[in-house]
Design a protein around this ligand. Structure first.
Ligand SMILES: [Cu+2]
Length: 506
């Protein structure tokens, strides 16, 4: 039932040669606890847990900081991205910690899928998990939800293979940006993402929007977390614990930051580095905007131009914030280090960054100008026994269609959060414009596909208002909207929508 937040990511013991064995011994018993069972499920993985843990105890594990690594890539050629993604249990080592994971292609940090507008992604998905269905969802993509495209209703059972063919329209609403892929088999998503099953997906072409980004070093910072026993939350970036990111002083880089974990809402910052946002959830701003603190709920991404500071070593760390009303926010936690060293770069003056203007037409302007065809309300709540999370009093039923929408319409949806913790709103196949949070008008300069919904307080429920365009013909079909804290999604906080060519009018 718990939604974990940065406040549960208590500081773990700093491992030294003298205490490492005792901590790993602790993990061995943790792996047998009901909490670990909740995450990893099968008895088969439990056996693996013991093996992995003892192997780790015997190996020379070091906690020396590592330079931030970058993902391996699978690129499209000739208009086709061909890949095989295999889901299977496997051993994960995060810094000094070892646990049994659920992995794509044997890695906690699976390959970056990199395609272009107009491409088709042909992905053979093999489910080699012993005991649970899975599938692939292409988060944030304005592609077809039908057949063997981005169809969240497919269940690929253990031992089976499913061949996806996801066509990325050249002239639809899909644009260049940072997206991600993860499982969407209802009821199994949380344990699979916690186990490691999520990876980045990029539609190339951001340099056409902001030409400067094409000249900068591109670096991915992808956050995940896993709980290894009560309250022991390991937060990693690119599958590394407290990595070091090295830059030259004054050097601008293009950072693509994503929360591709299961449940945590991260508020974090980089000391000594100036950030200029250029896109949220793969949707461009009209011009770079300085940002200091980042708040990314599960599934949210942001692209920034980052400019390093004077020579020195700077922390990337979480910022304390209250998520659940019944828990005390935890102190900030270090996530990594930015090391500014070497000769200063000659570029990177703030004016040159801020002077950039988006090249080309923007979807957000069309959304803003569209008349609202219909208004709907979605109320988030928890059952009294805290075992179910609901939208409008109902838990998810994939045989029921909750919301029927006419293709071509733009609607305003109000999400009302009666629960005293953060939830989020995510809808497949289309982005949306955030217009109001808790009654305060928002003046957003970019679209989102996932957005945090503040908790209820003494003053009343948390309220998020969004305007959603159902205008791209490629999205016709059935898909879902849900809270992206995926333990809540698994426990029911999801609804089915069908976009029809001809929908009945109210
Ligand atoms: Cu939620």
């Amino acid at each position: 039932m718990r939604t974990r937040t940065t406040d549960t990511s208590v500081s773990l013991p700093r491992l030294t040669m003298t205490n490492r064995r005792s901590v790993l011994g602790g993990l061995a018993s943790v792996a047998m606890s009901p909490t670990a069972l909740r995450v990893f499920g099968a008895s088969a993985t439990l056996m693996q847990a013991s093996a992995a843990t003892s192997a780790a105890a015997q190996s020379a594990v070091t906690s020396t900081p590592e330079e931030l690594r970058q993902p391996s890539e699978i690129r499209s050629t000739g208009g086709v991205l061909e890949a095989t993604i295999t889901a299977a249990p496997g051993r994960v080592q995060l810094g000094p910690y070892v646990f049994p994971g659920l992995l794509y292609n044997g890695s906690y940090f699976p390959p970056l899928l990199r395609c272009r507008l107009g491409d088709t992604m042909r992905i053979a998905f093999k489910n080699q998990l012993p005991d649970q269905p899975s599938n692939l969802h292409f988060h944030g993509m304005s592609v077809s939800p039908q057949a063997n495209s981005d169809n969240a209703f497919i269940h690929v059972h253990p031992g089976q293979q499913f061949d996806y063919a996801v066509h990325v329209p050249a002239n639809g609403r899909q644009g260049p940006g940072l997206f991600w892929y993860h499982p969407h088999a209802h009821g199994f998503v949380d344990r699979q993402i916690l186990g490691g099953m999520s990876g980045p997906l990029v539609v190339d072409g951001s340099e056409r929007l902001f030409p400067m980004t094409g000249d900068l070093q591109e670096r991915f910072l992808l956050l995940k977390h896993v709980e290894l026993g009560e309250g022991n939350e390991i937060i990693s970036i690119n599958g590394q614990v407290e990595p070091v990111l090295t830059m030259r002083p004054q050097e601008p880089q293009f950072w693509r930051i994503g929360n591709i974990g299961a449940e945590l809402f991260f508020k974090f910052r980089f000391d000594g580095v100036q950030l200029y946002a250029v896109a949220t959830d793969g949707h461009p701003l009209s011009q770079p905007r300085p940002v200091t603190e980042l708040f990314l709920g599960p599934g949210e991404r942001i692209d920034v131009i980052a400019v390093a500071a004077e020579p020195g070593s700077y922390d990337m760390h979480t910022v304390s914030f209250p998520n659940e009303a019944w828990k005390k926010p935890a102190p900030p936690q270090k996530l990594g280090t930015v090391l500014c060293t070497g000769p200063a770069a000659s570029v990177g003056r703030e004016a040159a960054i801020l002077d950039q203007r988006l090249q080309g037409e923007r979807w957000i302007d069309t959304v803003r100008a569209s008349p609202i065809a219909r208004r709907r309300k979605f109320v988030y709540s928890q059952s009294a026994d805290k075992q179910h999370f609901m939208i409008n009093g109902r838990i998810m039923d994939d045989h029921r269609v909750d919301t029927i929408v006419q293709l071509g319409d733009t609607e305003e949806w109000t999400v009302v959060n009666n629960d005293q913790q953060y939830h989020s709103f995510h809808i497949h196949q289309t982005a949306f414009l955030v217009t109001e949070v808790n009654g305060v008008p928002q003046h957003q300069d970019s679209l989102h596909d996932t957005f945090s919904v503040p908790p209820a307080a003494a003053s009343g429920p948390g309220i998020l208002k969004v305007v959603i365009p159902f205008t791209d013909p490629v999205i016709v079909g059935k898909f879902v909207y849900h809270c992206h804290a995926v333990d809540h999604e698994d426990k029911g906080m999801m609804g089915v929508i069908e976009v029809r060519q001809q929908a009945p009018r109210p």
